[in-house]
Design a protein around this ligand. Structure first.
Ligand SMILES: Nc1ncnc2c1ncn2[C@@H]1O[C@H](COP(=O)(O)OP(=O)(O)OP(=O)(O)O)[C@@H](O)[C@H]1O
Ligand SMILES: [Mg+2]
Length: 234
């Protein structure tokens, strides 16, 4: 039987008095990709942040295999094997590509060394001496992902990785994520790019008003005009 790597049940989160997540449940299977789709303000980023331990007031169950994450601070969630690339990407503008990678590398041994990163991302290798602020949007996204990979986690969470990227870079990103999945990594993706999401994943969660309004396979979603019109505006 398939086993979830990440299991989230009845997750609630608040910012002050605002009850943002109102009972979100989802799974990411080992070696699989799950995608959270939803309109602006649906609570997608909040869901990733809450899983990561970055939203203070929350309740519900978050489990990575048998380990409870929901009571852990963010650095312990990261150490447990969850890598997170925020929407803002978090590239240090005045550090070079190489320095950006060095500052976040784990001291523990893992599969992702600097050499492997540069093999996987030839453009980053070419630009290893360039400062973060001189990189294109696509290069910054690749750097942010490379940096997350160097923490050698088992689950990679990406918040709208295709945002602002040219179509050819989106395709490159798609190929990269497929390779990472083939390699055994698991993904939890937040997206507004419907085509990218449904191409990459068969485990779709449609978030609306802080709740999972629909979940199922990409092909079922594509056929379900009511859901896409009401909750995605596609
Ligand atoms: N730090 C915060 N303090 C208070 N309210 C917040 C905070 N961050 C987000 N919110 C509110 O929580 C709700 C969900 O926001 P969230 O950023 O999770 O949505 P989203 O689905 O990621 O949207 P987008 O597609 O625009 O990125 C919104 O109503 C937003 O205004
Ligand atoms: Mg967001």
């Amino acid at each position: 039987m398939k086993e979830p790597l990440l299991f989230v049940k009845d997750l609630h989160a608040w910012y002050g008095d605002s009850h943002i997540l109102q009972g979100v449940s989802l799974s990411v299977w080992k070696g699989g990709a799950s995608v959270i789709l939803g309109r602006n303000g649906a609570g997608k980023t909040t869901a990733l942040k809450t899983i990561m331990g970055l939203v203070q007031r929350h309740s519900g169950l978050v489990r990575l295999e048998t380990l409870r994450l929901d009571e852990l601070p963010a650095y312990r969630v990261a150490r447990a094997g969850v890598a997170y690339v925020p929407e803002t990407r978090g590239v240090f503008p005045s550090l070079t590509v190489q320095e950006n990678l060095t500052v976040s590398a784990r001291t523990t041994q893992g599969d992702w060394s600097m050499e492997r990163v540069f093999d996987t991302f030839p453009r980053l290798a070419e630009r290893r001496g360039h400062k973060g602020k001189w990189l294109s949007g696509g290069e910054q996204q690749m750097l942010a992902i490379a940096r997350a990979l160097m923490t050698n986690g088992r689950l990679l969470m990406l918040d709208e990785p295709t945002e602002g990227l040219a179509p050819n870079i989106v395709e490159e990103l798609n190929n990269l994520l497929r390779d990472l999945l083939d390699d055994g990594l698991s993904l939890l993706l937040v997206e507004q790019n419907f085509e990218f999401a449904t191409n990459l994943s068969n485990e779709i969660y449609v978030l609306g008003k802080g709740r999972v309004q629909w979940s199922g396979s990409a092909s079922d979603l594509i056929e379900n005009g009511d859901v896409t019109r009401t909750w995605l505006g596609v």
